[in-house]
Design a protein around this ligand. Structure first.
Ligand SMILES: NC(=O)c1ccc[n+]([C@@H]2O[C@H](COP(=O)([O-])OP(=O)(O)OC[C@H]3O[C@@H](n4cnc5c(N)ncnc54)[C@H](OP(=O)(O)O)[C@@H]3O)[C@@H](O)[C@H]2O)c1
Length: 517
């Protein structure tokens, strides 16, 4: 081993990531209290995820799930409700025998979120069902599967009734949205950190639980060949497309309040930018990674009104055709105002004002009812400095590294080769890696992965307080500008297209084009 290698291998006190555990990790006994335990998220995602983890043997024998809500139902009625949901929403055939075992771990506590007596009963119930772990206190995970306005009601009550620290070893999982702008995010964070330490708080963005999103870090920092090129010297531009072909489904009321920036840009897209642009962390511990992500978010160049008007595009879908059928426009959807000015599409150009990325545009677009369902990050590299091959080189396609997050999880690299038998002709080809083809295994769905991480106490994939606030700081000016001047041309793109024409112009003005199509 050379001196350099020795330094890399031994001189960091944090790098232990290559240690392979000898025994599979077993989670300790825990009780998960789900506020909103009978709601949509609980029925469609959380309980099916927990049942699947149970079937895979990933939960400890001493786990329990305690649904909490205003329904006047008992344990048996709750179990019947969840059984229906799991058989409808689980991805695999329902297993009656395993369900009967699993259901004995499920309970329900009915109460009002603001009523003290409900928390007194919660305390008693937890004492009776939670099993002490290694540290002799029952581990409790509170899951806020309730509308955002309910969390500030519940959390102070948990504190008042001594349910956060002391009697139980507690964690809290908070669903996005984390506020609806910077001041409300700060206020929510204050409520949370008044009751819990930051290390007890798991702000969940299920997008970060996707294997390919996590792979961005692994890919970047385990392949010297790319990392050396990952900067403004070699990268021409970065493009992020988060395209959905679905509309707003039955969530008209929610979407009217939210719009595309709060729904996707403020969280998923900002997180993708952070993962693509961050510096190498000094170790693989949660806070080292979160430190680097926050540094990127803080370096995003602030946008003033003039910049917003020139370099961002908003859109709203009108009627169109998708997957062989006609679909309604946004304003025709249920619970949407017929003159709604809520944007369903965003495109924009960001800059990251730091040493690595100065001058490299990050083009971002996202929207509903776009041509296809795809999330992709394209890193386009600069052209070689000299045109060696005469005129044919004018049309040389750039090298592009594409990380496809969904629906197919893959990575491809585009490069040029000599076209057979032609004198100076260069032909672009792709080198491809596909998760499915290589590993032939299904990865944990995002919610399962994140639930397991929370049970283990691993905060890496959860968003920290300063990360949430930094994301809002980037986007508050944009939201304020758009809300102050309602759009006059909505609907301005056809369902089934790639969004408004201005989104194409945004790149054409920079002599570039969108690479995902
Ligand atoms: N659904 C999803 O796929 C999804 C995905 C990502 C994030 N989320 C987030 O997860 C959270 C829950 O979403 P959800 O879709 O499950 O919501 P939901 O079905 O509308 O509500 C969940 C539960 O909260 C309680 N609740 C509803 N309105 C309330 C009110 N005004 N005051 C007090 N309690 C109320 C109800 O339980 P009781 O009647 O039993 O009290 C309801 O079953 C939200 O923050 C949402 O943004 C959801």
């Amino acid at each position: 081993m050379t001196e350099d290698n020795e330094a890399g291998a031994f001189f960091s006190k944090y790098l232990r990531t290559c240690d392979i555990p000898l025994h599979p990790y077993k989670v300790e006994p825990f009780t998960m209290v789900i506020f909103g335990g009978s709601g949509d998220l609980s029925r469609r995602k959380l309980l099916p995820a927990l049942f699947h983890l149970y079937r895979e043997g990933e939960l400890s024998a001493g786990f329990s799930v305690l649904g909490f809500g205003r329904h006047r139902i008992d344990d048996e009625q709750y179990r019947a409700m969840i059984k229906d949901a799991v058989s409808e929403f689980a991805e695999e055939p329902f297993d009656e025998r395993r369900w009967d075992e699993f259901s004995t771990h499920i309970f329900f506590l009915s109460g009002d979120y603001g009523a003290d007596e409900a928390y007194e009963r919660l305390f008693e119930r937890l004492l009776s069902i939670s099993i002490p772990g290694a540290e002799d206190a029952g581990k409790v995970i509170y899951y806020m599967a309730v509308p955002p306005e309910t969390t500030p009601v519940v959390v102070p009550k948990l504190k008042e009734h001594n349910l956060c620290k002391g009697s139980f070893s507690a964690k809290i999982i908070v669903e996005k949205p984390f506020g609806h702008d910077f001041p409300s995010a700060v206020a929510l964070n204050r409520i949370l950190t008044d009751a819990f330490d930051e290390k007890q708080i798991y702000r969940i963005d299920h997008y970060l639980g996707k294997e390919t999103v996590q792979n961005i870090i692994f890919f970047r920092f385990s392949n010297a060949v790319f990392e050396r090129l990952w900067n403004s010297r070699y990268v021409d531009n970065v493009q992020i497309t988060v395209a959905e072909d679905i509309g707003i489904e039955q969530r008209g009321a929610f979407y009217e309040e939210t719009g595309v920036v709060r729904d996707i840009v403020q969280n998923h897209i900002m997180q993708l930018i952070a993962l693509v642009a961050m510096e190498p962390p000094i170790g693989f511990e949660a806070d080292f990674i979160r430190d680097e992500k926050v540094k990127v978010l803080r370096a995003v160049r602030p946008m003033d009104n003039e910049y917003i008007d020139r370099f961002t595009v908003r859109g709203q879908y009108g009627p169109g055709a998708l997957r062989g059928g006609n679909v309604a426009g946004y304003r025709e959807e249920m619970n949407v105002a017929p003159d709604s000015s809520t944007p369903t599409f965003f495109a924009g150009r960001f800059f990251i004002a730091n040493w690595r990325w100065a001058g490299v545009p990050f083009y971002v677009r996202t929207g509903k009812r776009l041509a296809r369902h795809v999330t992709e990050i394209c890193v386009q590299f600069k052209q070689p400095p000299l045109k060696l091959f005469g005129r044919t080189c004018d049309a040389l396609e750039p090298n592009v590294l594409t990380l496809t997050v969904q629906p197919d999880e893959k990575i491809s690299l585009r490069f040029g080769v000599k076209y057979p038998d032609e004198a100076n002709k260069i032909y672009p080809v792709d080198m491809r890696f596909s998760y499915q083809d290589t590993f032939r295994t299904k990865t944990h769905p995002a919610y399962e992965r994140l639930l397991i991480d929370c049970m283990k106490g691993d905060l890496t994939l959860f968003v920290r307080l300063d990360g949430v606030e930094a994301m809002w700081e980037v986007l508050d000016p944009l939201i304020a500008r758009w809300e102050s001047i309602p759009s006059r041309d909505f609907p301005n793109y056809r369902a089934g297209s790639w969004g408004p024409a201005e989104a194409e112009l945004l790149l054409q003005r920079d002599e570039r084009c969108w690479l995902t199509e």
